[in-house]
Ligand binder design. Sequence first.
Ligand code: NAD
Length: 361
Amino acid sequence: MESHNVTLIPGDGIGLELTDATRRVLEATGVKFNWDIVHAGTDVMAEYGTPLPDHVLESVRKNKVALKGPITTPVGSGFRSVNVALRKELELYCCLRPCKSYTGTPTLYSNVDLVVVRENMEDLYAGIEFEKDSADANKLISFLGGLSAKIRPDSGISIKPLSEFGCRRIVHFAFEYARANKRKKVTAVHKANIMKFSDGLFLAVARDVAPAYPDVEFEDRIVDNMTMQLVKKPQQFDVLVCPNLYGDIISDLCAGLVGGLGVAPGANLGDGIALFEPTHGSAPKYKGMNKANPMAMILSGVLMLRHINEFAAAEQVERAIAAVIADGKNVTYDLKSEDRQGSAVGTSQVADAIIDIMGKI
Ligand code: NAD
């Protein structure tokens, strides 16, 4: 049987416990992995002088597939986000976040099954920022003043670039994904009525690309209306394609529709490289407590299994997760209703329960 070379980045915070649980479940499928375990984040700063050492990037470039736990970005420390840097360095331009209801999850909704396709490289995440009172900010403000833009002199500025290339690439991805996964509709999310030259370009490109996929329905929504419609009737949506910032916000909203961050997996995809990670962060307050839900990371592993063509193993794990959720006994606090919090189990017990059911189905 083929053995798959996969870079494993355990992360920090709850990452180590989740990675351990995920690895046990994936290995219980019988699929063989050669894990190349490498570390990134504040914990490696002292040893390598950087939170993202070159050998981590080299490993992902070599293996082309990576599974990653969450990594903390300390606020206000000047420490750049390893998560954003990984996506940039490896040109992982698409963030794919499926949000699906599993029966038994305590949520307001059922039958939600949608996928957020988020552009990962551009928009306000491009990192083009000018600090209030800096020489560059002052220069820019005086230049923009010359164009009669009304900007207060005490402004901080973040720039939002969207390129035609980037928009076309992500919209094509969304339609190709819809077609390959037998999904019926793509909805482009934007604020083109206000940002005419960035979101306006995104919408124009989406409208230009859509006719090449006559088998997939196309529509667009202004982002504020989109959030309202998602909360009102999420079942009407299928694939959402979004510029970076709206995609970030909407994918957390969609995670909330199906039971929260504990069940929201994700993939960062580029040309020939794929990095799988949960939508959630490192939840430092739960570090080492055997409390966090490992399902989002295990479901990210399911996406990875499909990516490496291990479809039977992917089905087996996903069905076992669905069965554990439906049974409701061996789930973490986030999947227990308020009155049953005392019966929540820990991270490793969830993995045990999934593995136990995998042996029976
Ligand atoms: P977070 O996602 O870590 O946690 C928010 C809350 O969601 C937690 O307090 C917890 O109540 C809940 N939660 C998250 N994951 C859970 C799980 N698996 N099971 C049960 N409940 C869970 O968001 P945050 O507190 O804003 O961020 C913490 C750190 O993580 C920050 O440093 C942030 O920059 C980083 N972060 C990293 C990634 C990544 O690695 N891709 C993504 C988002 C945030």
